[in-house]
Design a protein around this ligand. Structure first.
Ligand SMILES: Cc1cc2nc3c(=O)[nH]c(=O)nc-3n(C[C@H](O)[C@H](O)[C@H](O)COP(=O)(O)OP(=O)(O)OC[C@H]3O[C@@H](n4cnc5c(N)ncnc54)[C@H](O)[C@@H]3O)c2cc1C
Length: 427
């Protein structure tokens, strides 16, 4: 790998260029037991230093692929390093589906679950909630299997593990029969409608996204991804909550070409070609962006959105600050370090223009406005809140620390990010 290994957005350069590529699990076990500091890389789509290491980096891309469907238990077991793009194509060919996907299919399964990556849907937990079992190499080199049904406590602690529990070799995911969907985009949804009908809007499809630049008292685009139980197309209403059906396919940033986006206009297609916003064979964007996201309990969604409108109205021209924001819903779960732990949540996401100096100054204002809602930041995106405040948002944090001590007493898998946000004392 290159001497200047960077994340997807290119604004974070990894601290080391030493990347090991074991070809077998035994080689990985030997590497882990001999190393004093290491971190496993996913596809490097995170926006902060969560995947960085001061010692060794490890890519698991060269391990022999695994793809085992268990038709009785309704699960699939794959390598943690598989991308959702690869997984979903194979799964669909076998007649199966997973419950949800992120906006893009290019990220790895292990990397996504480690940060609680999510899609949308009132009844859809984040992607980590589909995990039924994890196989990982612990710091001492032992290979362990953690299964939801057999080791519930440790399992619930380890799944959203921030890369700090061990090197995930295999992941078993819940699957369901493949299904078809259709996707429609509506434009200019009045904020007044969102305020009056938030629950109706977010429950109007299997997965719903609101894309907004927070201007003109309207949400720019409303994306509906509808699950078709009997496979037949549903009628597309010309208007919805006063928003108007877009006359042509749209990119979330209306001015950009829609070519990278999954098919819209109500055309029926397979689940994995509708759930993500971006097509597997396209780059979702140029990388010229920084991302931030906060999860608030869903009952505070409208208040939190109103706070953002207030804050961003005093920031000058929005085009020079923000590409677009997205609002999605995520069902509550029981995974200790999940931002949706024990609460139905709404993720308020920002794709900022790539100007960290400006964004860094603005985030504390947003975090202050969201603080009364106990907003939890996305683990893989940019935030500025203090470690002590962040830790106060996670009731299971003491147990998570104990889990890390038990699995990794010398802190091999701990990096500056984990030291700061999980063990740090900065107020
Ligand atoms: C364009 C874009 C769109 C995005 N859209 C969404 C979205 O829709 N929803 C959302 O929630 N997030 C989204 N994200 C954020 C992204 O999904 C997360 O940051 C995710 O964690 C990235 O996965 P990755 O494979 O790149 O992992 P990396 O960023 O490489 O790593 C993330 C963490 O996982 C750990 N890890 C990776 N593999 C392993 C392994 N095998 N064993 C142990 N630990 C491992 C790493 O050490 C690190 O701690 C988006 C990011 C981008 C760039």
């Amino acid at each position: 790998m290159s001497a200047n290994l960077q994340n997807w957005a290119g604004h974070h350069t990894f601290s080391t260029a030493r990347v090991h590529r074991p070809q077998t699990v035994e080689q990985l076990q030997a590497l882990v037991s001999q190393s004093s500091k290491l971190k496993v890389l996913g596809s490097r789509h995170s926006f902060n230093d969560i995947a960085d290491a001061t010692g060794d980096l490890v890519s698991l891309d060269d391990l022999e692929p695994t793809f085992l469907v268990d038709r009785e238990r309704h699960t699939v077991t794959v390598n943690g390093s598989i991308t959702y793009g690869q997984l979903c194509q194979q799964l669909h060919a076998d007649g199966y589906a997973i419950h949800n996907m992120a906006s893009l299919p290019h990220i790895t399964v292990a990397g996504a679950i480690s940060t609680a990556t999510h899609g949308s849907g009132d009844h859809n937990g984040n992607l980590a909630t589909a995990v039924a079992a994890l196989e990982l190499v612990k710091a001492n080199g032992d290979l362990v299997l953690l299964a939801r049904e057999q080791n519930r406590e440790e399992f619930e602690g380890a799944v959203v593990g921030l890369g700090a529990v061990g090197a995930i070799t295999k992941v078993t995911l819940d699957i369901a029969p493949a299904f078809v969907m259709q996707q429609e985009v509506y434009e200019d949804l009045p904020v007044a409608q969102v305020e009056a009908h938030f629950d109706e809007i977010t429950s109007s499809a299997y997965s719903v996204s609101l894309f907004t630049d927070w201007q003109k008292e309207r949400v720019n685009q409303l994306w509906l991804k509808r699950h078709l139980t009997n496979g037949a197309a549903l009628a597309v209403a010309p208007t919805l909550f006063e928003a108007i059906h877009a006359p042509a396919p749209r990119h979330p940033v209306t001015a950009l070409p829609a070519a990278p986006c999954t098919e819209q206009m109500g055309v029926v297609g397979p689940w994995h070609e509708r759930l993500p916003h971006f097509r597997v064979d396209h780059t979702p964007a140029s990388g010229d962006e920084l991302q931030t996201e906060y999860f608030v309990p869903r009952q505070h969604a409208v208040e939190a959105m109103r706070a953002v409108i207030r804050i961003l109205s005093s920031q000058g021209p929005i085009e020079s600050l923000l590409w677009i924001s997205e609002v999605r819903t995520v069902a509550a779960d029981s995974l200790w370090m999940s931002p949706s732990y024990q609460r139905d949540s709404v993720g308020i996401h920002f794709s900022w223009r790539k100007n960290w100096a400006v964004v860094q100054k603005l985030l504390p204002t947003i975090e202050e406005a969201f603080a009364p809602f106990q907003a939890r930041p996305h683990w893989g995106k940019l935030f500025t809140m203090s470690p002590v405040h962040l830790q106060s948002l996670y009731p299971k944090l003491p147990e998570f620390r104990e889990l890390l001590h038990a699995y990794d007493p010398q802190g091999k898998f701990r990096n500056p990010y984990v030291d700061k946000y999980i063990f740090g004392t900065e107020v």
